[in-house]
Design a protein around this ligand. Structure first.
Ligand SMILES: [Zn+2]
Length: 117
């Protein structure tokens, strides 16, 4: 745990995104990779592959559960009616967005004084 904190602090002192080197103005997003941490800008944090992969897995699980709970009767009785053609995919998209938003808000380092570094 000690190297994780030290590396993140050192990266914060740079006040730039470790991935694209963009300047971090108001907030940074802490991304953890194999025992270390780095600060990314929002765009790079949103494209961070492990987070995208995790959000996809969560959206598959949650989307399937929500679809089963909300549309079970319709799906069992009449298959996949056209009215559900947009609702079911939207359930997965919303689940992905919620999982990603939760991860991003959790990774956000608000109040980090990067501008003074
Ligand atoms: Zn970046």
């Amino acid at each position: 745990m000690e190297p994780l904190i030290q590396d993140a602090s050192l990266d914060g002192l740079r006040s730039s995104c470790r991935r694209c080197d963009a300047e971090l103005h108001r907030s940074a997003y802490e991304v953890r990779m194999s025992g270390t941490a780095a600060y990314y800008c929002l765009r790079c944090a949103l494209m961070h592959r492990p987070m995208v992969r995790r959000s996809l897995v969560i959206s598959l699980i949650v989307g399937t559960l929500l679809t089963a709970i909300n549309q079970r009767n319709v799906l069992v009785q009449s298959g996949l009616p056209a009215s559900l053609a947009w609702q079911v995919p939207l359930t997965y998209v919303v689940s992905y967005c919620v999982a990603t938003l939760g991860a991003i808000l959790n990774a956000r380092s608000a109040g980090v004084e990067l501008d003074h570094a």
